[in-house]
Structure formats: C-alpha cells, structure tokens
Design a protein around this ligand. Structure first.
Ligand code: ADP
Ligand code: MG
Length: 236
C-alpha cells in the first residue's frame, strides 16, 4: 500500500536524522507527515523555536524526554507534533482508543493546548478530547472511549480513570506532562503519581517544564525511562 511505503520512508528518515549535521531551521526540514506540515503551514508556523529544534527530533525518535525552557518558548508544538506523528505512523484509528494523554496543570492551559491540537491536527483523522473540571463527567463518559488524544487536568483525568467504565489506557503510546513544574507547585504530585501508576509501563513519556528543580528531577525519575534531557532553564 502507498501509505505503508510513505510511513516506512518517514521512519527511515527519522532514524537517519542527525540534528548536529542537519541545518534544519524550518518545520519542513523535519521528517514530518504531509498532514502535519499542512496543518502547521495553515497556522503560519514555519520556523522552529530553539526548544522545538532541540526536542522534536529526539521525541520523533521515540525517546523519553525532559525538556525545560522558559514560558513562551513554544513548548506546546514541541510535544504536539511528536504525539500526532507517532499516532499517524502507528496508523491509529478510533478503534484503537486512547493513544496519547496530555496533562496540563490548569483548565486554561488544557484548553489552549486542545485548541492548538485541533488546529495543527485538522488534516489528521484522530479524535481529540478535553477533560477539565466543571463539566458533567457523565456527559464526557459517552465520548471518551472513542478519543485518541486526550488533554486534561490531573484531577479530572484521575477521576475518569477511577470510573468503573472509565478511561481505557491499555493501548497508550505517549504520555505528556506539560508545565510539570506548575503541576508540582499546585500540589498535583500525588495525583500525577497515581495517573502514571495506571498507565502501561511501555510507553513514551515527554515531560515539559519552564524551570528545573529537585522535585522535577524526582518526578522525571518516576515517570521517565532512559530519558534525554534538553533545553535551558533556570534551576530553582
Ligand atoms: P510555552 O508553552 O513554552 O510557554 P507556547 O507553546 O504556549 O509556549 O508558545 C508561545 C507562543 O509562541 C504561542 O503564541 C505560539 O503560538 C507561538 N509559537 C510557538 N511556536 C512557534 C513557531 N515555531 N513559530 C511561530 N510562533 C510560535
Ligand atoms: Mg506551555
């Protein structure tokens, strides 16, 4: 099949991609699918920011990642692109259930991430969902089994995991912990640990933070395996 050959080609390019020798400044210099490049172009995302240049190739290769870079440096695309690409290459469909889980500390940040996801992912076939406090859990339960990429706040995600017919995470490929320093500052450590305990151990985990600290290093040790560390950020 044509798509299989295309995916194979992408995988080979990712394997061979060497950020040290590549002069890749633009998203189109990366081995990304046509759909993602089109979605990025539509939103006028052309040139990568520093953290995107440093982290996207590492994430595309499937490594666990700890990325630290200050607020406003473009961390959202740095994890959304690898998430979308991973599921695309796995030929994910609605029948495969939840493929990626993205955890944000606040409703506001979760909503922003969800919006960027629906924008740059508009040419892909995945379903995206948002679970944040304030809406009826019952209402969300109907749709949640068909969601491929779920964005939400820690408490609400754990609440869904605890439901009798809750979130099925057995197929999960990628976990993203966004704004992890803020999650810890807001007292979500135990909730995050409980979520991570519920997830399949074989998965890719991407941890993003604006700052570095001892508690962040502790969270990384618990949630990441053999991870690469990129970025520059103040050490608290
Ligand atoms: P962070 O999570 O690091 O605080 P965001 O992902 O929220 O940063 O991005 C900050 C702003 O930069 C957003 O308005 C976003 O649209 C914009 N942005 C991110 N990446 C790019 C890019 N490659 N080109 C242009 N604008 C970008
Ligand atoms: Mg952010």
């Amino acid at each position: 099949q044509k798509e299989d050959a295309y995916i194979k080609e992408l995988e080979t390019k990712i394997e061979e991609f060497d950020p040290k020798t590549s002069r890749g400044e633009l998203f189109k210099d990366l081995p990304l699918s046509h759909q993602t490049l089109k979605g990025l172009r539509d939103s006028a995302f052309i040139k990568m920011t520093e953290i995107q240049k440093m982290s996207i190739p590492v994430s595309l290769k499937g490594h666990d990642l700890l990325a630290a870079a200050k607020t406003g440096s473009g961390k959202t695309l740095a994890f959304l692109i690898p998430v979308i690409e991973k599921l695309y290459r796995e030929k994910w469909t609605e029948f495969d259930g939840l493929g990626a889980l993205i955890i944000s500390p606040t409703r506001e940040l979760a909503m922003q991430t969800y919006e960027v996801l629906t924008k740059i992912g508009r040419y892909t076939s995945f379903s995206a969902g948002l679970v944040i406090g304030g809406k009826e859990v019952k209402f969300e339960l109907d749709r949640i089994s068909k969601i491929n990429i779920l964005v939400g706040t820690p408490g609400r995600i754990l609440q869904h995991m605890d439901q009798a017919v809750g979130l099925n995470t057995s197929n999960l490929q990628v976990l993203v912990l966004d704004e992890a320093d803020r999650c810890l500052d807001m007292g979500f450590k135990k909730t995050l640990d409980a979520i991570v305990m519920n997830l399949p151990p074989v998965r890719q985990t991407l941890l993003f933070s604006a700052t570095q600290s001892q508690s962040l290093a502790d969270l990384a040790r618990l949630s990441l395996t053999d991870y690469k560390s990129v970025g520059t950020a103040e050490v608290k």
